[in-house]
Design a protein around this ligand. Structure first.
Ligand SMILES: Cc1cc2nc3c(=O)[nH]c(=O)nc-3n(C[C@H](O)[C@H](O)[C@H](O)COP(=O)(O)OP(=O)(O)OC[C@H]3O[C@@H](n4cnc5c(N)ncnc54)[C@H](O)[C@@H]3O)c2cc1C
Length: 393
């Protein structure tokens, strides 16, 4: 038997240009963002605006801006693959959730906006990129987040050239200070995505304190009038559009979890080498060595899962299950790695002068949002089992 193929394998090495961009981001985080975070109040919940503003200007001048937003709309225009490589480096600092760089690299508008018309992109996406302001995405409701198809109760009733939105959204990140966001509501034709101004009449938000430092909000929509021109796609297309957004969000979570895990390991190695108990460095303890070895294997495996999923997305494949695998593995592994490194740091691991306790809380949340670990497993298993898996809801 002879095996012939015309395909060539160019190896796992990253292209020089991409390595340079990733290196530039890594340096920016190490030299500009981490010192700014370390110099601040250890109890701070984010970088203050006066510290963030010059970092943002500097990052933008270096072209490190809205990484995955197309260049023609003012972003860096990176592919999904390039974005995950860069985001891993961009996350190696304390306040990397929910925005890499704490917002220093801009706030890319949700990819769903780019599925809208050119007029919608001009009106909503371009200003967000140019001015670096935040947006929100409102899917979850008090009735549930993992199963939006059934849980969404917010209604959108069309009357002439407008829709009237009524309902209650819960756990919505950034809604209290976003200029606009995307609200998923039930219209006659099904769940539909609407661009809604943050200061629209009838829209109000209340902050919900949670474990993570960046608190989400409850959003009430009471007779909020939205022009038909703010509907993205057709009625009923909402969840397909949200699925698109979820692939990118899950890849972003996976890549940032990898960055945190690498950084935790770097801190852990330094500590294990110099901290002594009972007359010898902690590095001599086999249990510490095993923790590091497990971390190395989990991080490298997670990187391949993430790169493969992003590559599949870039090359037109269906990346939904692969992105689910990447997010599941990377957030769960990073949480365990941070936990183990905190343990080796002892009391210092709990202190707010270290970033570890902050990451621990962010990663705890990361295991629930943008696809909980359970729902990602359901998605992966369903793809394996096919129709036999149906029926469990
Ligand atoms: C800090 C924070 C920020 C957030 N930001 C946003 C945001 O910006 N926009 C937004 O729309 N939402 C946001 N969310 C909401 C988030 O997406 C939801 O919390 C998440 O989807 C889970 O939904 P739920 O909390 O309603 O849990 P439920 O859907 O009620 O599920 C409860 C539990 O059951 C598990 N479960 C559900 N179904 C199954 C099943 N079939 N098999 C096994 N286990 C299952 C789930 O994994 C979960 O652990 C945020 C949440 C938090 C905590």
């Amino acid at each position: 038997m002879t095996a012939t193929t015309s395909a060539t394998f160019s190896g796992f090495a990253l292209p020089d240009e991409l390595r340079e961009v990733a290196g530039l981001v890594e340096r920016f985080v190490r030299e500009r963002i981490r010192p700014a975070e370390d110099a601040g109040d250890p109890a701070a919940r984010e970088l203050p605006e006066e510290v963030l503003a010059p970092l943002r200007t500097e990052a933008k001048s270096l072209g490190l801006w809205c990484f995955d937003t197309p260049e023609r709309y003012g972003g860096a225009g990176l592919s999904a693959f390039e974005t995950v490589v860069v985001l891993e480096q961009a996350a190696k600092h304390r306040f990397c959730f929910p925005h890499a760089g704490g917002g220093a690299f801009g706030h890319p508008p949700p990819v769903v906006v780019f599925r809208g018309t050119e007029e919608q992109i001009d009106r909503f996406a371009r200003p967000a990129v140019a001015q670096g302001f935040r947006t929100f995405t409102a899917i979850a409701e008090p009735s549930g987040g993992t199963d939006p198809k059934r849980a969404i109760r917010t209604t959108a009733v069309r009357t002439g050239d407008t829709y009237v939105l009524n309902g209650r959204k819960q756990w919505i990140t950034n809604a209290e200070r976003a200029r606009y966001g995307i609200v998923y509501a039930r219209a006659e034709g099904g769940i539909t995505a609407f661009l809604v101004d943050g200061d629209a009449e009838g829209l109000s938000t209340t902050t919900i304190p949670v474990l993570r430092d960046h608190w989400p909000t409850e959003m009430v929509l009471e007779n909020v009038v939205v022009p038909v021109g703010n509907r993205i796609g057709e009625e009923g297309a909402g969840l397909t559009l949200a699925g698109d957004w979820l692939v990118r969000q899950r890849l972003s979570y996976a890549a940032r979890a990898l960055g945190i895990a690498e950084e935790s390991v770097r801190l852990g190695i330094e500590w294990l080498q110099q901290r002594e108990t009972f007359g010898v460095p902690l590095a001599t303890r086999q249990s510490a060595q095993f923790d590091l070895a497990h971390a190395r294997v989990a991080i490298d495996a997670g990187r391949w899962l993430t790169w493969d999923a992003a590559w599949t997305d870039d090359t037109g494949g269906d990346a939904r299950t692969k992105a689910a695998m990447a997010k599941l593995h990377c957030t769960e592994a990073a949480f365990t790695i941070v936990d183990r490194m905190m343990q080796w740091f002892g009391a210092l691991g709990m202190a707010k002068e270290m970033p570890l306790e902050h990451w621990f809380r962010d990663l705890r949340v990361a295991r629930v949002v943008e696809g909980s670990s359970e729902i990602l497993q359901v998605q992966i298993a369903r793809q394996m089992l096919g129709p036999a898996a149906r029926g469990g809801g």
